[in-house]
Design a protein around this ligand. Structure first.
Ligand code: HEM
Ligand code: HEM
Length: 221
């Protein structure tokens, strides 16, 4: 059957900007940790924390496809999707699929945990501790830094899975996912175009500004 295909907006600007900023800043966090550039490491961490807070808030009040209620599904839906994951073709999905939702929630949760651990981490030579490390003994702060390193490895593993899944969808299932994360638009079969509501991006900016200010206040205490 030759289905009529249309281009429709699926991702709002905040989802896309937050995604690619997170990618850049995680690379920056990694490099600055490796090369011991702790002031820059802290800065990228604060930005990540504020972006993750914004994305989580947007998951409750943002556009339809950004909302957790739109893509986080129970075990039945996850199992049903997993059962057909190797099938090619079929209707294009508007928003995240139920399996992808698991990795998204995991990545956002791990990033939140990682940045909070960073705030309490004591560095090896005492020159660039996290701003809240003073609240702990040096020994505990060092232990937190060890957990911070461990969580980073779990995060890297989850990110690798995420990228592998995106490539699987792109190459094996021939479902275009990457371009829509830049442009916001996806080619869909008519039947899968739903009424989507888009919340103005300015509200995400307001949330980000408030979150970043809060993080900077915490960093300054
Ligand atoms: C540091 C690395 C990365 C992290 C932490 C990350 C995290 C995320 C998160 C949290 C989402 C959900 C988007 C949202 O609803 O806000 C997402 C979606 C997505 N990411 Fe990434 N990502 C990373 C790297 C990449 C890379 C390198 C690519 C390209 C190959 C990519 C392609 C995508 C795509 C296409 C989606 C949308 C999937 C769908 O259509 O359901 N990501 N990513
Ligand atoms: C998602 C964001 C972050 C990532 C991916 C990240 C990653 C890392 C990594 C890979 C290390 C190296 C661990 C080691 O080899 O010992 C590290 C160390 C550290 N990070 Fe982070 N970090 C993040 C956020 C933060 C934040 C927000 C702070 C505090 C403001 C922070 C403070 C520290 C400190 C104090 C160390 C210890 C450095 C040392 O051992 O000398 N990090 N981080």
């Amino acid at each position: 059957m030759n289905e009529h295909r249309v281009s429709a907006k699926v991702w709002d600007l905040p989802v896309r900007v937050i995604h690619w900023l997170l990618v850049l800043l995680i690379v920056m966090s990694w490099l600055t940790a490796e090369f011991d550039l702790l002031p820059l490491h802290h800065l990228s961490g604060y930005l990540i924390l504020a972006l993750v807070i914004t994305r989580i808030a947007w998951g409750f009040i943002g556009s339809t496809t950004a909302r957790f209620t739109h893509f986080v599904k129970g075990p039945k839906a996850v199992a049903a999707y997993a059962a057909i994951v190797f099938q090619r073709g079929g209707k294009s999905i508007v928003g995240h699929n139920p399996l992808g939702a698991l990795s998204i929630v995991a990545m956002l949760g791990l990033l939140l945990l990682q940045t909070i651990l960073g705030l309490f981490s004591e560095d090896a030579d005492g020159v660039g501790p996290g701003p809240l490390a003073d609240l702990l003994t040096r020994q505990t702060g060092r232990a937190v830094a060890d957990v911070h390193e461990l969580v980073f490895n779990v995060l890297l593993f989850t990110i690798a899975l995420h990228i592998a899944a995106v490539l699987f969808h792109t190459c094996y299932k021939r479902d275009t996912l990457i371009r829509p994360m830049f442009t916001g638009r996806k080619i869909l079969s008519d039947g899968s175009v739903h009424a989507l509501r888009f919340v103005p991006s300015k509200w995400a900016l307001v949330i980000f500004a408030a979150a970043f200010a809060l993080v900077l206040i915490i960093a300054a205490v």
